[in-house]
Design a protein around this ligand. Structure first.
Ligand code: SOE
Length: 380
């Protein structure tokens, strides 16, 4: 099987999740191409060396600029904070590499457009990592919607709640710095709900946003000083979709007890669907069937359900990490020529437009257009 050289930039939480996916994908799926974990890049030589050993990379480097140009690298996987997505993606595209990037694509619409233009101009494969699209139960929801089983969609309700910074003494890590992360709960977690909204319902035309920062100053990591928090702790928005549906999204890191509460419910003219990541093998489905109708729980672990056949027998459940494996599988398929598979950088630009509209709307205290024109035909 032809080998593909992967370079992964970033050694943190996402670096670990992506490393695992790259390692597993060809062990379970018939992949057209076999990824080889060639180089992992980080800033700190010691932690990067440790990450390479632990996560199974052949080499480690602190010089991503040289690595992305190497002739034995085919895919550049960006798992760094948002402020470095642009330069890495531009360099990778310029070197003719496929580019895979963590969400949100960039820290502004202008940056996202610049990245999209660069990959399109270079003619390279591009994909954004919104891994939750590829939970089997979410893909099943997409199939049910596309088959028209819930009819015309009226509502999307997305919530993504966490509680890791409820404590005012929790340190001011990079995710709480605008210059690095671009935004707070909005870009980090509400962006997943918005991507699912676009994937399952369609393009969002306008929003009424509300952003709030509850704790504006926090202790700096490993220091006796404090530093400002200049991103949102919580983000809410009402939304109108081009298809006529309406919706809401809420992302917050201030919900005690909610660890990774990524839920959505969709109501259509003929039925409803509901998904909860913390019970990610299940999809709740209601179809209007007269007096005996009611919500039923589909255990999305049947071999006929998306991606499941490669794993375990029915009822042997899948987890968070599998969503990344499924995502890199489709990226490999795109590189081999069966793509494109979404979300592409084009989706990244659209997602960024929605984030931007929510910020502008929150500042203005009124509805704002996303500047996204109508429904779009695109990647699978
Ligand atoms: C942290 O809030 C985080 O890891 C996000 O960055 C991820 O995108 C999300 O999937 C889980 O939470």
């Amino acid at each position: 099987m032809t080998k593909l050289g992967i370079a992964l930039i970033g050694t943190g939480f996402m670096g670990r999740a992506h490393s695992n996916a790259w390692r597993q994908v060809s062990r379970f799926f018939e992949t057209p191409l076999e990824p080889e974990l060639r180089v992992i890049c980080g800033r700190n030589p010691e932690t990067t060396r440790e990450a390479a050993n632990k996560l199974g990379w052949l080499e480690h480097s602190t010089d991503w600029e040289t690595v992305v140009r190497r002739s034995d690298i085919d895919i550049v996987d960006i798992c760094t904070p948002g402020d470095s997505h642009l330069p890495i993606a531009l360099a990778a595209a310029d070197a003719g590499k496929a580019v895979f990037c963590e969400k949100p694509l960039a820290n502004s619409v202008a940056e996202a457009e610049h990245m999209r233009d660069a990959v399109v101009k270079a003619g390279v494969v591009h994909m954004l990592c919104h891994n939750y699209r590829r939970a089997p139960a979410v893909m099943l929801a997409k199939q049910i919607i596309d088959e028209g089983r819930i009819g015309r969609i009226r509502h999307f309700r997305g919530t993504y709640l966490q509680d890791w910074i409820v404590d005012p003494e929790a340190p001011r890590v990079w995710r709480l710095e605008k210059a690095k992360a671009g935004s707070g709960a909005l870009g980090d977690i509400a962006s997943h709900s918005l991507d699912l909204a676009r994937f399952l319902v369609g393009e969002i035309s306008e929003v009424a946003g509300l952003l709030e920062t509850f704790i504006a100053e926090r202790p700096l990591p490993d220091s006796s000083q404090t530093g400002p928090v200049d991103v949102d702790d919580a983000a809410l928005a009402l939304m109108r979709f081009h298809c006529g549906a309406i919706g809401s999204v809420e992302g917050s890191r201030f919900c005690p007890g909610r660890k990774n509460y990524n839920r959505f419910e969709i109501n259509g003219s003929e039925g409803s669907l509901s998904f909860d990541l913390e019970r990610m093998n299940e999809l709740e489905f209601y179809a209007e069937e007269g007096p005996r109708s009611g919500f039923r729980t589909i255990l999305a672990t049947d071999p006929s359900h998306p991606f499941v056949q490669a794993w375990w027998p029915p009822g042997h459940i899948l987890g968070y990490e599998h969503t990344f494996t499924h995502t890199v599988l489709d990226l490999l398929r795109a590189v081999e020529g069966s793509g494109p598979f979404g979300p592409t950088f084009e989706d990244g630009v659209a997602n960024q437009r929605v984030l931007d509209a929510i910020e502008r709307s929150s500042d203005a205290g009124t509805w704002r257009s996303t500047n996204i024109q109508g429904p779009r035909e695109g990647a699978k």
